[in-house]
Design a protein around this ligand. Structure first.
Ligand SMILES: NC(=O)c1ccc[n+]([C@@H]2O[C@H](COP(=O)([O-])OP(=O)(O)OC[C@H]3O[C@@H](n4cnc5c(N)ncnc54)[C@H](O)[C@@H]3O)[C@@H](O)[C@H]2O)c1
Ligand SMILES: Nc1nc(=O)c(N)c(NC[C@H](O)[C@H](O)[C@H](O)COP(=O)(O)O)[nH]1
Length: 262
């Protein structure tokens, strides 16, 4: 199991303006955070977990996780990484609830999955998996739901659109209504991030962006963050640009903090 991490106070204090505000709105605040190569790749290939963060930026991720009520990843990340989706920060005061977007119930979660083991050991929460409503009664989903409910986790069924995708407004409103999630950390992978950045409406839900940039190129064939260009209502495409930008050198990496709309 990964080590307990420490994050120095002089670095931690620099993140204040980019941490989630106290939130009484009807949707969670959203922080988009991931680690990227110089060629905007999150991993060498789909399904290949690739270490990009150095020790300090890894500790930063675990520090930021303690400020969020939930952490969200896509099904392919859950399948390939078997993640813990908890904070392994020394003295972590809070653990985020893991959320996995898995419309077709592809993730074969079992009692031995790391995220379930972490919950059983009291070092994190059991996950909630968001599946397409029409999968709710699938036999495997019922079995997995019964297993997860033993540890306080479960499933949430949401209708998908004609492309088999959930609308972010539906994801966020259900997380707020059913799990009282006030702040959500979206950690990837690229498919999830591109879907969130794709159009003005879904980008409108993103408050803070924290990106670790590692000094390496992963080359062609990587899993890349580069959203589709969806024109707005007037047929215009305006590239999203971060504001209130801050660059924080951290070991060999640099961390880019910003806001999509201050
Ligand atoms: N470097 C990082 O910060 C980082 C973070 C997370 C994952 N990763 C890596 O990224 C790779 C996985 O990324 P990926 O892009 O292949 O997959 P992903 O983790 O983004 O999962 C994609 C799946 O999520 C679901 N999904 C995503 N958006 C959805 C939506 N709007 N509605 C419904 N379902 C939706 C779909 O099932 C889709 O197939 C792995 O190799 C992992 O190690 C890296
Ligand atoms: N910040 C960051 N730096 C990296 O170098 C890297 N590969 C990831 N990837 C994010 C993805 O979420 C994790 O690889 C797994 O999900 C494991 O995460 P855990 O800590 O076990 O929860 N994230």
């Amino acid at each position: 199991m990964s080590s307990i991490l420490a994050f120095p106070d002089d670095l931690a204090t620099q993140f204040g303006p980019y941490l989630p505000p106290a939130n009484t709105d009807d949707l969670p605040s959203v922080t988009l955070t991931f680690a990227s190569s110089l060629d905007s790749a999150l991993s060498l290939a789909p399904g290949t977990q690739t270490l990009l963060s150095g020790p300090l930026t890894k500790a930063m991720t675990h520090y930021i996780r303690t400020f969020h009520s939930a952490i969200l990843v896509g099904a392919s990340t859950a399948i390939s990484d078997d993640p813990g989706l908890n904070s392994r920060l020394e003295g972590a005061k809070r653990q985020p609830i893991p959320i996995v977007l898995d419309p077709n119930a592809r993730w074969g979660i079992t009692e031995s999955s790391r995220v379930v083991q972490t919950a059983k050991q009291g070092k994190g929460h059991a996950p909630f998996i968001i599946i397409s409503s029409n999968r709710w009664d699938d036999e495997v989903v019922v079995e997995r739901r019964n297993m997860l409910q033993k540890y306080g986790g479960g499933y949430i069924g949401i209708d998908v659109d004609n492309l088999g995708r959930f609308k972010w407004e539906d994801i966020l409103s259900r997380l707020r209504q059913e799990l009282r999630i006030e702040s959500l950390m979206v950690e990837g992978g690229a498919n999830v991030i591109n879907s969130l950045l794709e159009d003005e409406k879904s980008r409108g839900f993103v408050d803070n962006v924290i990106i670790t940039i590692a000094p390496t190129w992963l080359g062609k064939g990587g899993v890349v963050v580069s959203p589709e260009r969806r024109p707005n209502g007037e047929g215009q495409y305006t590239p999203p640009r971060l504001k209130e930008v801050k660059w924080i050198p951290m070991g060999d990496d640099v961390v880019l903090c910003g806001k999509l709309h201050p």
